[in-house]
Structures are given as C-alpha cells and as structure tokens.
Write a new protein. Sequence first.
Length: 156
Amino acid sequence: MSFRPIIIGSGFPAWSFLSKSLSSQREIHASSFPIQSDTQYFQEKYDSLNVADDIVDDRRILRVILNSYGLGDDLENRFFIKTILNEGLSDPSALANKLADRRYRMLASDFDFSTSPPAHKLQTGLAAKVVNCGLVPGNGDTTIAGSDPNGARAAK
C-alpha cells in the first residue's frame, strides 16, 4: 500500500496546503489497518526468518522489509531479491556489490543469509528499525537507506 498525499489545487496554494497537512496525512496512513497489520505480522514472524525463502515467500514480510529500504517497487522481483539476500556482500562478485544503488547493499548487509547465523539475527534493534522505517512506503526521508539511493545511510 503506497502513500500518496492529498494535494488540493496547484501552485503555491497546493504547496501551502501540503506543507501544513503532510505530517498528519503520514500519521493517518501509518495508523491504517493494512499498515498496522503488516507491521504486527512482521514483528511476530521476525525471529523465524532463517532462510531467504522465509522472506521472499511471504509477501507481507517482504513488503515491510522492502519499504523500509525504499525498495517497495521491487516487491514483484522476488528472484532478484532472493539472490541479493542469499549472496550477501562477502563475495566481490555478489549481485548487491555490482549494483549502483546502495540500498541493495544495505539490504544485503542487514539480511545476509550467506553467513551462519544470518546477519539479522546478530543485530539488535533491526526489527524495530525496519518497522519504524517501513510505516510509510515511498517516504524516502524515513527509510533505512535515506532519500539518496546512492548516498549513505540516513542518520536515525
């Protein structure tokens, strides 16, 4: 479910309305049933994610994770995401290392299934960070990767 702010009119009046109402529109979207349901489901299932298939085969979990990295548009590219998760970053020829978009490297770093135990099991607070950043899909300034797909992580 993507977040699309309501804009009334055009030009300066529309910008003025948007600047005043954007935060409340985001809060309303984040508190909607589909978003809350997916987030609760993710938190319940997080500890049982042991292989990349556990993420890729469950659309709700995949949606929360991809949205938190600003990669929500890749929801249908399951084989691509599975390859990134399985290869990790340790091999220089891994797919995530070859891509220009650093968000994939961040995803592969946080959910690296090429190691045992998987990388996300060793990180404290990752589940909470994924949930907090994945509340508003497409909201670049609140994703784990930040708003710059080729830049550094967002300071959170």
